[in-house]
Design a protein around this ligand. Structure first.
Ligand SMILES: [Zn+2]
Length: 389
């Protein structure tokens, strides 16, 4: 069961007691005299100073505006901030003069905490905060978080999971996969979509190792003191992609590499042929879904559906063929419109359906639709000529 206790007795001054800001990590670390971990590892980094939101927090306090609800989770040693770390870090930086920022006055002059009047200082320090302290199982906390409307940036799915399954495993995993200073990050982002700070690279790593069962995996490994399996599997997938494909196309980002690895990493490939095929399909304007090329070639080029190739289906071809042929016979010229305007013997030739191909009147590459209105049957020769232009 989830238990929440409302606290309205903690003031800004209480929270700022023992506040420590780490400039190197860009985040507030502790408050409440050491009882509060302001930014546990699963939280995203402090990103408030962009856009003057830190100034806005202090202004709100001075004007007596509410700061909104803040959520803590009860831990063995005290509390961790679940939501509100950015607001807390903002006012604590201002009040304790660490990594300070100024509050401009009406004339635009910078004002720091110490240059405020005693009355203004007291007003800020004595502001009571509205804080919910939550206690419950991982699942309870996660579910509950999903149902509340969190102020500011909503948490990503993985941030919610990190909060719910917080512990040493998540801490270690974040240090590798949410760390933008990691020298491998750029290489990884060639294949993974999303923001590492918002835990989306970690999400991919967990997705790959768990075959899509992230929650179960996190639950099972929550107490682990190492992340070896997670890292090893992730490296195997990345190495496999790197070894197989010569060029990193932007279409490779965000593919289901975990699943593709499971399905195909034991399949031998002729690397040069595989890459030739990729290059060919990349350059083929009929291939609508370029992202599908990689799974298509890995699967031995047997599932053209993956490519969403723009071709007319047989029903459209036959209908168009019959329409064109009927008109051509009545007019006494070829049923290929290009043969019909030629000066040779083909000008009056009626081609069989199997001797003709469908062509986009308005080119598909220029947005022409693949429907009967934009379909024209041409003899093989003319269709190929047109296709080469
Ligand atoms: Zn023709």
């Amino acid at each position: 069961m989830m238990k929440t206790t409302l606290h309205t007795d903690w003031t800004v001054a209480d929270i700022c007691e023992g506040f420590l800001f780490s400039k190197s990590e860009g985040k507030g670390l502790f408050g409440l005299n050491g009882q509060l971990v302001i930014q546990p590892e699963y939280q995203r980094n402090y990103i408030y100073d962009k856009g003057g939101r830190d100034v806005a927090v202090v202004k709100s306090l001075l004007k007596g505006y509410p700061l909104g609800l803040i959520y803590f989770v009860k831990t063995k040693t005290g509390y961790e901030v679940l939501d509100g770390q950015q607001r807390i870090t903002s006012f604590a930086r201002f009040v304790t003069d660490q990594y300070r920022f100024a509050l401009p006055d009406d004339a635009g002059n910078p004002r720091y905490f110490k240059s405020l009047s005693d009355e203004e200082q007291e007003k800020i320090l004595n502001t009571p905060l509205t804080i919910y302290v939550c206690e419950g199982s991982a699942k309870d906390i996660e579910e509950w978080f999903q149902t509340i409307n969190i102020a500011g940036l909503p948490l990503t799915e993985q941030e919610l999971l990190n909060a719910a399954y917080h512990g040493e495993f998540v801490n270690l995993a974040r240090k590798v996969f949410a760390n933008t200073n990691n020298p491998n990050m750029q290489k990884w982002q060639a294949y993974i979509n999303g923001d590492p700070k918002r835990q989306q690279v970690l999400e991919a790593a967990l997705d790959w190792v768990s075959n899509g069962h992230i929650r179960e995996y996190m639950n099972e490994h929550r107490q682990d003191q190492n992340i070896d399996q997670l890292v090893n599997h992730f490296d195997s997938v990345i190495d496999w992609i790197n070894n197989l494909f010569i060029e990193a196309h932007k279409e490779m980002r965000g593919l289901q590499w975990g699943r593709l690895y499971q399905e195909y990493h034991n399949t031998p490939y002729n690397k040069s042929k595989l890459n030739e095929k990729v290059a060919e399909l990349m350059g083929d304007p009929r291939v609508h879904n370029k992202k599908g090329i990689f799974e298509y070639v890995l699967g031995g080029c047997t599932e053209p559906k993956l490519l969403e190739i723009r071709v007319f289906d047989e029903t459209i071809k036959r209908a168009k063929y019959e329409e064109q042929t009927k008109l051509a016979k009545a007019a006494g010229h070829s049923n290929c419109p290009l043969c019909a305007i030629s000066n040779n013997a083909n000008a009056t030739k009626i081609w069989d359906l199997k001797e003709m191909d469908a062509d986009h009147v308005s080119a598909w590459s220029k947005g022409g639709p693949t429907n009967i209105c934009n379909c024209e049957m041409l003899c093989r020769t003319h269709n190929q000529e047109k296709g080469n232009k």
